[in-house]
Design a protein around this ligand. Structure first.
Ligand code: MG
Length: 353
Protein backbone atom coordinates (compact mmCIF):
# COMPACT_ATOMS: atom_id res chain seq x y z
CA UNK A 1 0.00 0.00 0.00
CA UNK A 2 1.41 3.38 -0.95
CA UNK A 3 0.26 6.95 -0.61
CA UNK A 4 1.84 10.25 -1.36
CA UNK A 5 -0.76 12.41 0.38
CA UNK A 6 0.35 14.44 3.37
CA UNK A 7 -0.20 17.86 4.87
CA UNK A 8 2.79 17.91 7.21
CA UNK A 9 5.10 20.90 6.93
CA UNK A 10 8.24 18.78 7.00
CA UNK A 11 7.12 16.57 4.13
CA UNK A 12 10.11 16.10 1.85
CA UNK A 13 7.99 14.72 -0.95
CA UNK A 14 9.06 11.10 -0.63
CA UNK A 15 6.12 8.66 -0.73
CA UNK A 16 4.73 7.38 2.53
CA UNK A 17 3.94 3.70 2.94
CA UNK A 18 2.45 1.21 5.36
CA UNK A 19 3.21 -2.50 5.17
CA UNK A 20 2.19 -5.45 7.30
CA UNK A 21 3.29 -9.06 7.59
CA UNK A 22 2.82 -12.05 9.87
CA UNK A 23 6.03 -13.24 11.54
CA UNK A 24 6.43 -16.70 13.05
CA UNK A 25 8.35 -16.58 16.33
CA UNK A 26 9.86 -19.91 17.43
CA UNK A 27 9.79 -20.56 21.17
CA UNK A 28 12.89 -21.80 22.97
CA UNK A 29 10.67 -24.05 25.13
CA UNK A 30 7.12 -25.18 24.40
CA UNK A 31 5.05 -22.53 26.17
CA UNK A 32 2.15 -23.75 28.30
CA UNK A 33 -0.32 -21.73 30.36
CA UNK A 34 -3.92 -22.44 31.35
CA UNK A 35 -4.95 -21.16 27.90
CA UNK A 36 -2.77 -23.04 25.43
CA UNK A 37 0.41 -24.91 24.65
CA UNK A 38 2.53 -24.05 21.63
CA UNK A 39 5.99 -24.33 20.04
CA UNK A 40 5.69 -21.05 18.12
CA UNK A 41 3.56 -17.93 18.01
CA UNK A 42 2.63 -15.65 15.15
CA UNK A 43 2.62 -11.88 15.62
CA UNK A 44 1.72 -9.02 13.32
CA UNK A 45 4.59 -6.74 12.25
CA UNK A 46 4.02 -3.41 10.54
CA UNK A 47 6.24 -0.67 9.15
CA UNK A 48 5.18 2.93 8.56
CA UNK A 49 7.45 5.11 6.41
CA UNK A 50 7.27 8.80 5.65
CA UNK A 51 9.91 11.42 4.89
CA UNK A 52 12.56 8.69 4.85
CA UNK A 53 11.80 7.75 8.45
CA UNK A 54 10.44 4.27 9.21
CA UNK A 55 8.59 3.34 12.39
CA UNK A 56 8.17 -0.32 13.35
CA UNK A 57 5.25 -1.87 15.20
CA UNK A 58 4.09 -5.26 16.42
CA UNK A 59 0.98 -6.76 17.95
CA UNK A 60 0.42 -10.24 19.33
CA UNK A 61 -3.12 -11.45 18.56
CA UNK A 62 -4.94 -12.73 21.66
CA UNK A 63 -7.29 -15.68 21.16
CA UNK A 64 -9.59 -14.68 24.05
CA UNK A 65 -10.35 -11.45 22.14
CA UNK A 66 -11.18 -13.53 19.02
CA UNK A 67 -8.06 -12.40 17.19
CA UNK A 68 -5.62 -14.30 15.04
CA UNK A 69 -2.64 -13.16 13.00
CA UNK A 70 -4.58 -12.93 9.74
CA UNK A 71 -7.52 -11.00 11.24
CA UNK A 72 -4.97 -8.64 12.79
CA UNK A 73 -3.20 -8.18 9.46
CA UNK A 74 -6.39 -7.44 7.55
CA UNK A 75 -7.49 -4.92 10.21
CA UNK A 76 -4.05 -3.28 10.29
CA UNK A 77 -4.16 -2.72 6.52
CA UNK A 78 -7.40 -0.76 6.94
CA UNK A 79 -5.97 1.16 9.90
CA UNK A 80 -2.88 1.90 7.79
CA UNK A 81 -5.09 3.82 5.34
CA UNK A 82 -6.15 6.13 8.17
CA UNK A 83 -2.52 6.54 9.18
CA UNK A 84 -1.45 7.37 5.62
CA UNK A 85 -4.25 9.91 5.22
CA UNK A 86 -3.21 11.91 8.31
CA UNK A 87 -0.28 13.90 9.65
CA UNK A 88 1.73 11.56 11.90
CA UNK A 89 2.54 14.43 14.27
CA UNK A 90 -1.21 14.44 14.98
CA UNK A 91 -0.75 10.94 16.41
CA UNK A 92 -3.37 11.28 19.18
CA UNK A 93 -5.96 12.33 16.62
CA UNK A 94 -5.04 9.44 14.32
CA UNK A 95 -5.25 6.83 17.08
CA UNK A 96 -8.51 8.26 18.39
CA UNK A 97 -9.96 7.90 14.90
CA UNK A 98 -8.73 4.30 14.67
CA UNK A 99 -10.16 3.45 18.12
CA UNK A 100 -13.45 5.02 17.09
CA UNK A 101 -13.70 3.04 13.85
CA UNK A 102 -12.40 -0.33 15.08
CA UNK A 103 -14.07 -1.74 18.17
CA UNK A 104 -11.83 -4.80 18.43
CA UNK A 105 -8.57 -6.03 16.83
CA UNK A 106 -6.36 -4.81 19.69
CA UNK A 107 -3.19 -6.41 18.33
CA UNK A 108 -3.59 -4.52 15.04
CA UNK A 109 -4.20 -1.26 16.92
CA UNK A 110 -1.11 -1.91 19.04
CA UNK A 111 1.04 -2.56 15.98
CA UNK A 112 -0.14 0.64 14.26
CA UNK A 113 0.24 2.76 17.43
CA UNK A 114 3.76 1.44 18.10
CA UNK A 115 4.91 2.11 14.52
CA UNK A 116 3.46 5.61 14.71
CA UNK A 117 5.12 6.42 18.06
CA UNK A 118 8.44 4.97 16.83
CA UNK A 119 8.15 7.28 13.83
CA UNK A 120 7.32 10.29 16.05
CA UNK A 121 10.30 9.65 18.33
CA UNK A 122 12.58 9.39 15.32
CA UNK A 123 11.11 12.58 13.82
CA UNK A 124 11.68 14.43 17.12
CA UNK A 125 15.06 12.69 17.48
CA UNK A 126 14.36 11.61 21.04
CA UNK A 127 13.91 8.17 22.57
CA UNK A 128 10.31 7.37 23.40
CA UNK A 129 10.88 7.45 27.18
CA UNK A 130 12.07 11.06 26.78
CA UNK A 131 8.89 11.96 24.93
CA UNK A 132 6.98 10.83 28.06
CA UNK A 133 9.39 12.70 30.36
CA UNK A 134 10.80 9.54 31.95
CA UNK A 135 14.21 8.72 33.40
CA UNK A 136 15.54 5.44 31.93
CA UNK A 137 17.37 4.82 35.22
CA UNK A 138 13.96 4.25 36.82
CA UNK A 139 13.26 1.22 34.60
CA UNK A 140 12.43 -1.71 36.92
CA UNK A 141 13.65 -5.28 37.08
CA UNK A 142 11.72 -7.60 34.79
CA UNK A 143 10.61 -11.02 35.88
CA UNK A 144 11.47 -14.01 33.75
CA UNK A 145 8.49 -16.31 33.14
CA UNK A 146 8.42 -20.04 33.74
CA UNK A 147 5.57 -21.73 31.82
CA UNK A 148 3.77 -24.80 33.13
CA UNK A 149 5.81 -27.99 32.70
CA UNK A 150 6.97 -31.18 34.38
CA UNK A 151 8.96 -30.77 37.62
CA UNK A 152 12.14 -31.90 35.81
CA UNK A 153 11.82 -29.31 33.01
CA UNK A 154 10.67 -26.64 35.49
CA UNK A 155 13.93 -27.15 37.40
CA UNK A 156 15.94 -26.88 34.15
CA UNK A 157 14.14 -23.63 33.22
CA UNK A 158 14.70 -22.15 36.69
CA UNK A 159 18.42 -22.95 36.49
CA UNK A 160 18.58 -21.36 33.02
CA UNK A 161 17.00 -18.22 34.52
CA UNK A 162 19.80 -17.78 37.06
CA UNK A 163 20.55 -14.22 35.87
CA UNK A 164 17.02 -13.01 36.68
CA UNK A 165 16.50 -11.96 40.32
CA UNK A 166 12.71 -12.44 40.28
CA UNK A 167 10.75 -15.19 38.51
CA UNK A 168 7.13 -15.30 37.39
CA UNK A 169 5.71 -18.79 37.59
CA UNK A 170 2.63 -19.87 35.65
CA UNK A 171 0.16 -22.04 37.57
CA UNK A 172 -3.58 -22.69 37.36
CA UNK A 173 -3.68 -26.28 36.09
CA UNK A 174 -3.93 -29.25 38.46
CA UNK A 175 -0.32 -29.38 39.66
CA UNK A 176 0.30 -25.95 41.19
CA UNK A 177 1.94 -27.15 44.41
CA UNK A 178 4.17 -29.54 42.47
CA UNK A 179 5.27 -26.65 40.20
CA UNK A 180 6.06 -24.24 43.04
CA UNK A 181 7.85 -26.99 44.98
CA UNK A 182 9.98 -27.76 41.89
CA UNK A 183 10.94 -24.08 41.63
CA UNK A 184 11.66 -23.86 45.34
CA UNK A 185 13.89 -26.96 45.18
CA UNK A 186 16.25 -24.94 42.93
CA UNK A 187 16.03 -21.32 44.12
CA UNK A 188 15.02 -19.16 47.11
CA UNK A 189 14.58 -16.01 44.96
CA UNK A 190 11.32 -14.00 45.09
CA UNK A 191 8.50 -15.36 42.95
CA UNK A 192 5.41 -13.86 41.38
CA UNK A 193 2.67 -16.27 40.40
CA UNK A 194 0.18 -16.07 37.52
CA UNK A 195 -2.88 -18.34 37.65
CA UNK A 196 -4.34 -17.08 34.33
CA UNK A 197 -7.95 -17.44 35.60
CA UNK A 198 -7.26 -21.06 36.51
CA UNK A 199 -9.02 -21.31 39.90
CA UNK A 200 -12.79 -21.34 39.40
CA UNK A 201 -13.76 -22.02 43.01
CA UNK A 202 -13.34 -19.15 45.48
CA UNK A 203 -12.47 -21.45 48.38
CA UNK A 204 -9.82 -23.17 46.27
CA UNK A 205 -8.42 -19.74 45.37
CA UNK A 206 -8.17 -18.72 49.04
CA UNK A 207 -6.56 -22.05 49.96
CA UNK A 208 -3.98 -21.77 47.18
CA UNK A 209 -3.17 -18.12 47.86
CA UNK A 210 -2.72 -18.79 51.58
CA UNK A 211 -0.30 -21.59 50.70
CA UNK A 212 1.57 -19.26 48.29
CA UNK A 213 1.88 -16.77 51.17
CA UNK A 214 4.14 -19.34 52.87
CA UNK A 215 6.28 -19.79 49.73
CA UNK A 216 7.99 -16.41 49.30
CA UNK A 217 5.54 -15.24 46.64
CA UNK A 218 5.20 -11.45 46.24
CA UNK A 219 1.82 -11.38 44.50
CA UNK A 220 -0.58 -13.46 42.47
CA UNK A 221 -2.00 -12.49 39.11
CA UNK A 222 -5.60 -13.19 38.00
CA UNK A 223 -6.50 -16.10 40.28
CA UNK A 224 -10.08 -16.47 39.00
CA UNK A 225 -11.96 -16.06 35.68
CA UNK A 226 -12.14 -12.44 34.58
CA UNK A 227 -15.86 -11.90 35.17
CA UNK A 228 -16.01 -13.48 38.65
CA UNK A 229 -15.56 -10.14 40.37
CA UNK A 230 -17.93 -10.84 43.31
CA UNK A 231 -16.01 -14.03 44.09
CA UNK A 232 -12.71 -12.19 43.70
CA UNK A 233 -13.83 -9.57 46.21
CA UNK A 234 -14.67 -12.44 48.63
CA UNK A 235 -11.16 -13.85 48.08
CA UNK A 236 -9.54 -10.40 48.44
CA UNK A 237 -11.07 -10.05 51.93
CA UNK A 238 -9.55 -13.35 53.10
CA UNK A 239 -5.90 -13.19 51.99
CA UNK A 240 -2.95 -10.89 52.67
CA UNK A 241 -1.15 -11.34 49.37
CA UNK A 242 -1.58 -8.55 46.77
CA UNK A 243 -3.67 -9.59 43.78
CA UNK A 244 -3.09 -8.16 40.30
CA UNK A 245 -5.72 -8.12 37.52
CA UNK A 246 -4.67 -9.21 34.05
CA UNK A 247 -7.53 -10.78 32.08
CA UNK A 248 -10.03 -8.66 34.10
CA UNK A 249 -8.32 -5.49 32.87
CA UNK A 250 -8.02 -4.81 29.18
CA UNK A 251 -8.49 -1.07 28.75
CA UNK A 252 -8.49 2.19 30.71
CA UNK A 253 -12.28 2.08 31.07
CA UNK A 254 -12.05 -1.24 32.98
CA UNK A 255 -9.87 0.01 35.82
CA UNK A 256 -12.15 1.95 38.17
CA UNK A 257 -14.50 -1.02 38.76
CA UNK A 258 -11.52 -3.17 39.81
CA UNK A 259 -10.49 -0.97 42.73
CA UNK A 260 -11.07 -2.77 46.03
CA UNK A 261 -11.12 -6.15 44.27
CA UNK A 262 -7.57 -6.11 42.93
CA UNK A 263 -4.52 -4.30 44.29
CA UNK A 264 -3.09 -3.55 40.87
CA UNK A 265 -3.38 -4.05 37.12
CA UNK A 266 -1.20 -5.76 34.52
CA UNK A 267 -1.14 -3.55 31.42
CA UNK A 268 -0.12 -4.95 28.03
CA UNK A 269 0.12 -3.09 24.74
CA UNK A 270 -1.49 -6.02 22.90
CA UNK A 271 -4.57 -5.78 25.14
CA UNK A 272 -4.80 -1.99 25.33
CA UNK A 273 -4.22 -1.29 21.64
CA UNK A 274 -0.84 0.37 22.01
CA UNK A 275 1.39 2.79 23.88
CA UNK A 276 -1.01 5.73 24.19
CA UNK A 277 -3.81 3.72 25.82
CA UNK A 278 -1.30 1.89 28.05
CA UNK A 279 0.04 5.25 29.23
CA UNK A 280 -3.51 6.38 30.08
CA UNK A 281 -4.06 3.12 31.99
CA UNK A 282 -0.92 3.63 34.07
CA UNK A 283 -1.97 7.15 35.03
CA UNK A 284 -5.54 6.08 35.90
CA UNK A 285 -4.40 3.12 38.02
CA UNK A 286 -1.91 5.34 39.86
CA UNK A 287 -4.57 7.97 40.46
CA UNK A 288 -6.75 5.27 42.08
CA UNK A 289 -3.86 4.20 44.33
CA UNK A 290 -3.43 0.88 42.55
CA UNK A 291 -0.17 -0.87 41.71
CA UNK A 292 0.90 -0.90 38.06
CA UNK A 293 2.58 -3.61 36.08
CA UNK A 294 3.61 -3.81 32.44
CA UNK A 295 3.36 -7.24 30.88
CA UNK A 296 3.61 -8.67 27.39
CA UNK A 297 2.67 -11.59 25.22
CA UNK A 298 5.20 -13.82 23.48
CA UNK A 299 6.56 -11.30 20.98
CA UNK A 300 9.71 -9.88 19.46
CA UNK A 301 11.80 -6.96 20.70
CA UNK A 302 9.52 -4.51 18.85
CA UNK A 303 6.57 -4.85 21.19
CA UNK A 304 8.63 -5.56 24.30
CA UNK A 305 10.83 -2.49 23.73
CA UNK A 306 7.78 -0.30 23.17
CA UNK A 307 6.38 -1.37 26.57
CA UNK A 308 9.80 -0.98 28.18
CA UNK A 309 9.86 2.73 27.26
CA UNK A 310 6.90 3.22 29.68
CA UNK A 311 8.40 0.95 32.35
CA UNK A 312 10.04 3.75 34.42
CA UNK A 313 6.43 4.62 35.43
CA UNK A 314 5.40 1.22 36.83
CA UNK A 315 5.92 -0.84 39.98
CA UNK A 316 6.48 -4.18 38.27
CA UNK A 317 7.60 -5.37 34.84
CA UNK A 318 7.11 -8.71 33.19
CA UNK A 319 8.70 -7.87 29.85
CA UNK A 320 10.36 -11.06 28.79
CA UNK A 321 8.36 -12.11 25.69
CA UNK A 322 11.38 -11.55 23.46
CA UNK A 323 13.60 -13.63 25.76
CA UNK A 324 11.40 -16.69 25.22
CA UNK A 325 11.95 -16.84 21.43
CA UNK A 326 14.80 -18.14 19.25
CA UNK A 327 14.48 -15.89 16.19
CA UNK A 328 13.98 -12.29 17.30
CA UNK A 329 14.32 -10.14 14.14
CA UNK A 330 15.23 -7.01 16.16
CA UNK A 331 17.48 -5.87 18.97
CA UNK A 332 16.02 -3.34 21.41
CA UNK A 333 15.68 -3.23 25.18
CA UNK A 334 18.35 -5.23 26.98
CA UNK A 335 18.27 -6.92 30.37
CA UNK A 336 21.22 -6.71 32.76
CA UNK A 337 20.87 -8.87 35.88
CA UNK A 338 17.14 -8.51 35.49
CA UNK A 339 17.04 -4.72 35.09
CA UNK A 340 15.60 -3.32 31.87
CA UNK A 341 18.14 -1.20 29.97
CA UNK A 342 16.39 1.11 27.51
CA UNK A 343 17.91 2.00 24.13
CA UNK A 344 19.06 5.64 23.93
CA UNK A 345 18.49 6.03 20.18
CA UNK A 346 15.44 7.95 18.86
CA UNK A 347 12.02 6.32 18.84
CA UNK A 348 12.01 2.75 20.10
CA UNK A 349 15.75 2.56 19.38
CA UNK A 350 15.52 -0.76 17.55
CA UNK A 351 18.18 -2.19 15.27
CA UNK A 352 17.52 -4.97 12.82
CA UNK A 353 19.51 -8.11 13.48
MG1 MG B 1 -1.06 -12.80 33.27
Amino acid sequence: MNSSGSDTQVDDGSPSSFTSKIVRLDLLHTWTTTMSSSAYRETLHVAYSKDNITGYGEGAPIVRYHEDAESARVAAESMGEILLAGDPMHFSKIMEKIFHQFHDEWAAKAAVDISLMDWVGKRLQIPLYAYFGLDPQDAPVTTFSIGIDTPEITRVKVREAKDYPVLKVKVGLDKDEETISAVRSVTPKPLRVDANEGWEDKEEAVRKIKWLETQGVEFVEQPMPSDMLDEMRWVRERVRMPIIADESCQRASNISKLKGIFDGVNIKLDKSGGILEAYRMILIAKSLGMKTMLGCMVSSSVSVTAAAHLSPLVDYADLDGNLLIANDPFKGVQVERGKLVLPRQPGLGLTMK
